[in-house]
Design a protein around this ligand. Sequence first.
Ligand SMILES: C[S@@+](CC[C@H](N)C(=O)[O-])C[C@H]1O[C@@H](n2cnc3c(N)ncnc32)[C@H](O)[C@@H]1O
Length: 279
Amino acid sequence: VREWSAEGAAERAASHEPILAELRTWLPLTPATVNTLTVLVPGCGLGRLPWDLACAGYAAQGNEFSYFMLFASHFILNCGPDAANAMSVHPFVHNPSCHMTNKNMLRPVPFPDIPPSAIAAINPGADLSMTAGEFCEVYGTPEHAGEWDAVVTCFFLDTAPNVCEYVQVIHAALRPGGVWVNLGPLLWHWADGPEASPGAARGPDDRFGRSLELSYAEVVACVQAAGFTLRTERRAPPTTYAGDALSLMSVVYSPMLFTAVKEEARGAEGREAAPPKPA
Ligand SMILES: C[S@@+](CC[C@H](N)C(=O)[O-])C[C@H]1O[C@@H](n2cnc3c(N)ncnc32)[C@H](O)[C@@H]1O
Protein backbone atom coordinates (compact mmCIF):
# COMPACT_ATOMS: atom_id res chain seq x y z
CA VAL A 1 0.00 0.00 0.00
CA ARG A 2 2.68 2.48 1.08
CA GLU A 3 4.98 2.15 -1.88
CA TRP A 4 3.10 1.04 -4.98
CA SER A 5 -0.60 1.88 -4.60
CA ALA A 6 -2.66 5.00 -5.31
CA GLU A 7 -3.99 4.66 -1.76
CA GLY A 8 -0.44 5.17 -0.45
CA ALA A 9 0.18 8.34 -2.48
CA ALA A 10 -0.32 10.82 0.39
CA GLU A 11 1.87 8.78 2.73
CA ARG A 12 4.61 8.51 0.09
CA ALA A 13 4.43 12.21 -0.67
CA ALA A 14 4.93 13.07 3.02
CA SER A 15 8.32 11.32 2.95
CA HIS A 16 9.54 11.33 -0.63
CA GLU A 17 8.77 14.95 -1.51
CA PRO A 18 10.78 16.55 1.36
CA ILE A 19 13.66 14.17 0.57
CA LEU A 20 13.62 15.02 -3.13
CA ALA A 21 13.42 18.75 -2.35
CA GLU A 22 16.54 18.46 -0.13
CA LEU A 23 18.43 16.55 -2.82
CA ARG A 24 17.49 19.13 -5.45
CA THR A 25 18.77 21.88 -3.13
CA TRP A 26 22.07 20.32 -2.09
CA LEU A 27 22.80 18.13 -5.11
CA PRO A 28 21.15 19.98 -7.98
CA LEU A 29 20.53 18.29 -11.29
CA THR A 30 21.71 20.06 -14.41
CA PRO A 31 21.69 18.89 -18.03
CA ALA A 32 25.33 17.93 -17.47
CA THR A 33 24.72 15.90 -14.30
CA VAL A 34 21.36 14.26 -14.98
CA ASN A 35 21.49 10.47 -14.51
CA THR A 36 25.11 10.66 -13.28
CA LEU A 37 24.81 11.86 -9.64
CA THR A 38 24.73 8.68 -7.57
CA VAL A 39 22.28 8.20 -4.69
CA LEU A 40 22.25 5.16 -2.42
CA VAL A 41 19.02 4.25 -0.56
CA PRO A 42 19.72 1.71 2.22
CA GLY A 43 16.71 -0.20 3.57
CA CYS A 44 14.66 0.70 0.52
CA GLY A 45 11.77 -1.70 1.19
CA LEU A 46 9.96 -2.34 -2.09
CA GLY A 47 12.13 0.07 -4.05
CA ARG A 48 9.69 2.93 -4.69
CA LEU A 49 11.97 5.67 -3.34
CA PRO A 50 14.94 4.71 -5.55
CA TRP A 51 12.52 4.37 -8.46
CA ASP A 52 11.17 7.90 -7.79
CA LEU A 53 14.74 9.25 -7.51
CA ALA A 54 15.74 7.58 -10.77
CA CYS A 55 12.66 9.07 -12.48
CA ALA A 56 13.78 12.49 -11.18
CA GLY A 57 17.22 12.07 -12.79
CA TYR A 58 19.46 10.67 -10.04
CA ALA A 59 21.42 7.46 -10.60
CA ALA A 60 19.73 5.58 -7.76
CA GLN A 61 20.62 2.30 -6.09
CA GLY A 62 18.36 0.68 -3.49
CA ASN A 63 19.72 -1.73 -0.90
CA GLU A 64 17.65 -4.18 1.13
CA PHE A 65 18.33 -7.28 3.23
CA SER A 66 14.86 -8.73 3.77
CA TYR A 67 13.96 -11.61 1.45
CA PHE A 68 10.29 -10.62 1.79
CA MET A 69 11.06 -7.16 0.48
CA LEU A 70 13.52 -8.37 -2.15
CA PHE A 71 11.15 -10.99 -3.61
CA ALA A 72 8.27 -8.52 -3.71
CA SER A 73 10.30 -5.64 -5.18
CA HIS A 74 11.81 -7.97 -7.79
CA PHE A 75 8.31 -9.09 -8.74
CA ILE A 76 6.95 -5.54 -8.97
CA LEU A 77 9.95 -4.04 -10.76
CA ASN A 78 10.80 -6.88 -13.12
CA CYS A 79 8.02 -9.45 -13.45
CA GLY A 80 4.60 -7.85 -12.95
CA PRO A 81 2.14 -7.02 -15.74
CA ASP A 82 3.06 -3.83 -17.52
CA ALA A 83 -0.15 -1.98 -16.62
CA ALA A 84 -1.33 0.22 -13.79
CA ASN A 85 -3.43 -1.43 -11.07
CA ALA A 86 -3.30 -4.81 -12.76
CA MET A 87 -2.99 -6.74 -9.48
CA SER A 88 -4.47 -6.46 -5.98
CA VAL A 89 -3.62 -7.35 -2.41
CA HIS A 90 -5.95 -7.44 0.60
CA PRO A 91 -3.61 -5.92 3.19
CA PHE A 92 -6.12 -5.38 5.99
CA VAL A 93 -7.88 -8.74 5.94
CA HIS A 94 -5.85 -10.22 8.80
CA ASN A 95 -6.49 -7.32 11.17
CA PRO A 96 -10.05 -7.45 12.52
CA SER A 97 -9.81 -4.27 14.63
CA CYS A 98 -10.95 -0.69 14.05
CA HIS A 99 -12.84 -1.18 10.80
CA MET A 100 -15.90 0.99 10.12
CA THR A 101 -17.34 -1.66 7.80
CA ASN A 102 -16.52 -5.21 6.77
CA LYS A 103 -16.05 -3.92 3.26
CA ASN A 104 -13.16 -1.74 4.44
CA MET A 105 -11.47 -4.72 6.05
CA LEU A 106 -11.89 -6.91 2.97
CA ARG A 107 -11.17 -4.28 0.35
CA PRO A 108 -8.59 -4.99 -2.33
CA VAL A 109 -5.82 -2.47 -2.87
CA PRO A 110 -4.74 -2.45 -6.51
CA PHE A 111 -1.09 -2.06 -7.45
CA PRO A 112 1.11 -0.77 -8.99
CA ASP A 113 -0.34 2.73 -9.22
CA ILE A 114 2.10 3.27 -12.11
CA PRO A 115 3.81 0.50 -14.08
CA PRO A 116 7.51 0.57 -13.11
CA SER A 117 8.42 0.37 -16.81
CA ALA A 118 6.96 3.89 -17.17
CA ILE A 119 10.36 5.08 -15.96
CA ALA A 120 11.65 4.69 -19.53
CA ALA A 121 9.17 7.32 -20.76
CA ILE A 122 9.55 9.61 -17.73
CA ASN A 123 13.36 9.65 -17.93
CA PRO A 124 14.75 7.78 -20.94
CA GLY A 125 18.29 7.69 -19.51
CA ALA A 126 17.23 6.57 -16.04
CA ASP A 127 19.77 4.62 -13.98
CA LEU A 128 18.18 2.38 -11.31
CA SER A 129 19.69 -0.63 -9.56
CA MET A 130 19.15 -2.73 -6.43
CA THR A 131 21.52 -4.67 -4.19
CA ALA A 132 20.70 -7.46 -1.75
CA GLY A 133 22.51 -7.66 1.57
CA GLU A 134 23.01 -6.12 4.98
CA PHE A 135 23.85 -2.44 4.51
CA CYS A 136 27.04 -2.32 6.62
CA GLU A 137 28.34 -5.59 5.17
CA VAL A 138 27.75 -4.50 1.58
CA TYR A 139 28.85 -0.85 1.73
CA GLY A 140 31.25 -0.79 4.69
CA THR A 141 34.10 -2.25 2.66
CA PRO A 142 37.09 -0.25 1.37
CA GLU A 143 36.09 -0.60 -2.29
CA HIS A 144 32.91 1.40 -1.64
CA ALA A 145 34.69 4.23 0.20
CA GLY A 146 33.96 7.66 -1.26
CA GLU A 147 31.75 6.13 -3.96
CA TRP A 148 28.47 8.01 -3.55
CA ASP A 149 27.34 11.59 -4.19
CA ALA A 150 24.42 11.11 -1.81
CA VAL A 151 22.85 8.67 0.63
CA VAL A 152 19.13 8.84 1.42
CA THR A 153 17.71 7.12 4.51
CA CYS A 154 13.93 7.02 4.93
CA PHE A 155 12.49 5.30 8.02
CA PHE A 156 15.77 3.40 8.20
CA LEU A 157 18.10 4.73 10.93
CA ASP A 158 16.09 3.14 13.75
CA THR A 159 16.52 -0.33 12.24
CA ALA A 160 20.10 -0.28 13.55
CA PRO A 161 21.15 -2.13 16.69
CA ASN A 162 23.91 0.50 16.85
CA VAL A 163 23.10 3.58 14.79
CA CYS A 164 26.68 4.86 15.07
CA GLU A 165 27.74 1.97 12.80
CA TYR A 166 25.27 3.11 10.14
CA VAL A 167 26.54 6.69 10.50
CA GLN A 168 30.14 5.60 10.03
CA VAL A 169 29.36 3.46 6.99
CA ILE A 170 27.31 6.27 5.40
CA HIS A 171 30.18 8.68 6.06
CA ALA A 172 32.76 6.36 4.56
CA ALA A 173 30.61 5.56 1.50
CA LEU A 174 30.08 9.25 0.62
CA ARG A 175 32.63 11.26 -1.33
CA PRO A 176 33.95 14.39 0.43
CA GLY A 177 31.22 17.03 0.04
CA GLY A 178 28.64 14.26 -0.43
CA VAL A 179 25.13 14.72 0.91
CA TRP A 180 23.11 12.61 3.37
CA VAL A 181 19.36 13.21 3.57
CA ASN A 182 17.54 11.45 6.40
CA LEU A 183 13.84 11.35 7.19
CA GLY A 184 12.35 9.23 9.92
CA PRO A 185 11.47 8.71 13.57
CA LEU A 186 13.61 6.86 16.12
CA LEU A 187 11.43 3.87 16.90
CA TRP A 188 14.34 1.63 17.78
CA HIS A 189 13.63 -1.79 16.28
CA TRP A 190 15.77 -3.79 18.70
CA ALA A 191 14.64 -2.10 21.92
CA ASP A 192 12.02 -4.61 23.02
CA GLY A 193 14.26 -7.33 24.42
CA PRO A 194 14.96 -10.88 23.27
CA GLU A 195 11.48 -12.21 24.09
CA ALA A 196 10.15 -10.07 21.20
CA SER A 197 12.42 -11.85 18.73
CA PRO A 198 10.38 -13.62 16.03
CA GLY A 199 12.99 -16.38 16.04
CA ALA A 200 13.07 -16.72 19.84
CA ALA A 201 12.48 -20.48 19.61
CA ARG A 202 15.79 -20.77 17.76
CA GLY A 203 17.56 -18.71 20.45
CA PRO A 204 17.47 -14.94 20.91
CA ASP A 205 18.78 -12.66 18.19
CA ASP A 206 21.86 -11.02 19.72
CA ARG A 207 20.92 -7.64 18.19
CA PHE A 208 18.30 -7.22 20.97
CA GLY A 209 21.00 -7.58 23.61
CA ARG A 210 23.23 -4.89 22.12
CA SER A 211 20.59 -2.37 21.04
CA LEU A 212 21.63 1.24 21.55
CA GLU A 213 18.61 3.58 21.83
CA LEU A 214 19.76 7.17 21.37
CA SER A 215 17.70 10.36 21.50
CA TYR A 216 17.63 12.50 18.36
CA ALA A 217 20.10 14.92 20.00
CA GLU A 218 22.51 12.04 20.60
CA VAL A 219 22.15 10.85 17.00
CA VAL A 220 23.01 14.36 15.82
CA ALA A 221 26.07 14.42 18.08
CA CYS A 222 27.15 11.11 16.54
CA VAL A 223 26.56 12.46 13.00
CA GLN A 224 28.65 15.56 13.72
CA ALA A 225 31.40 13.57 15.42
CA ALA A 226 31.65 11.38 12.34
CA GLY A 227 32.52 14.41 10.22
CA PHE A 228 29.23 15.77 8.90
CA THR A 229 27.95 19.35 8.95
CA LEU A 230 24.17 19.71 9.28
CA ARG A 231 22.63 21.95 6.62
CA THR A 232 18.90 21.34 7.16
CA GLU A 233 17.17 20.19 10.31
CA ARG A 234 13.41 20.28 10.87
CA ARG A 235 10.31 18.23 11.46
CA ALA A 236 8.94 16.65 8.32
CA PRO A 237 5.14 16.65 7.87
CA PRO A 238 3.33 14.29 10.25
CA THR A 239 2.69 10.98 8.53
CA THR A 240 1.46 7.46 8.99
CA TYR A 241 3.67 4.50 8.03
CA ALA A 242 1.91 1.65 6.19
CA GLY A 243 -1.34 3.01 7.58
CA ASP A 244 -4.95 2.24 6.71
CA ALA A 245 -6.54 5.58 5.86
CA LEU A 246 -10.06 4.21 6.54
CA SER A 247 -9.26 2.74 9.96
CA LEU A 248 -10.77 3.97 13.23
CA MET A 249 -7.22 4.19 14.56
CA SER A 250 -4.13 5.89 13.19
CA VAL A 251 -0.51 5.98 14.37
CA VAL A 252 1.06 9.25 13.28
CA TYR A 253 4.82 9.84 13.23
CA SER A 254 6.44 13.24 13.47
CA PRO A 255 9.70 12.42 11.70
CA MET A 256 12.87 14.47 11.71
CA LEU A 257 14.33 15.56 8.40
CA PHE A 258 17.99 16.43 8.23
CA THR A 259 20.52 16.99 5.51
CA ALA A 260 24.18 16.59 6.41
CA VAL A 261 27.20 17.19 4.22
CA LYS A 262 30.41 15.20 4.57
CA GLU A 263 33.11 17.70 5.44
CA GLU A 264 35.89 17.93 2.87
CA ALA A 265 38.70 18.15 5.43
CA ARG A 266 38.08 14.85 7.17
CA GLY A 267 39.25 11.38 6.32
CA ALA A 268 36.96 8.49 5.47
CA GLU A 269 36.86 7.43 9.14
CA GLY A 270 35.53 10.84 10.21
CA ARG A 271 38.71 11.96 11.98
CA GLU A 272 40.42 15.23 11.14
CA ALA A 273 42.72 14.69 8.17
CA ALA A 274 46.39 15.38 8.72
CA PRO A 275 47.38 18.86 7.44
CA PRO A 276 48.98 18.73 3.98
CA LYS A 277 52.75 18.34 4.09
CA PRO A 278 54.73 21.29 2.70
CA ALA A 279 56.20 20.60 -0.76
C1 LIG B 1 10.91 0.69 8.19
S1 LIG B 1 11.34 -0.01 6.67
C2 LIG B 1 11.48 1.41 5.57
C3 LIG B 1 11.34 1.04 4.12
C4 LIG B 1 11.37 2.24 3.16
N1 LIG B 1 12.61 2.98 3.29
C5 LIG B 1 10.18 3.14 3.40
O1 LIG B 1 10.35 4.29 3.80
O2 LIG B 1 9.07 2.66 3.15
C6 LIG B 1 13.05 -0.43 6.93
C7 LIG B 1 13.60 -1.31 5.85
O3 LIG B 1 15.00 -1.46 6.05
C8 LIG B 1 15.35 -2.82 5.85
N2 LIG B 1 16.55 -3.04 6.65
C9 LIG B 1 16.65 -3.03 8.01
N3 LIG B 1 17.91 -3.19 8.40
C10 LIG B 1 18.65 -3.32 7.28
C11 LIG B 1 20.04 -3.51 7.03
N4 LIG B 1 20.90 -3.56 8.05
N5 LIG B 1 20.47 -3.59 5.76
C12 LIG B 1 19.59 -3.50 4.72
N6 LIG B 1 18.26 -3.32 4.89
C13 LIG B 1 17.79 -3.23 6.15
C14 LIG B 1 14.13 -3.61 6.32
O4 LIG B 1 14.08 -4.90 5.76
C15 LIG B 1 13.00 -2.70 5.85
O5 LIG B 1 12.58 -3.03 4.55
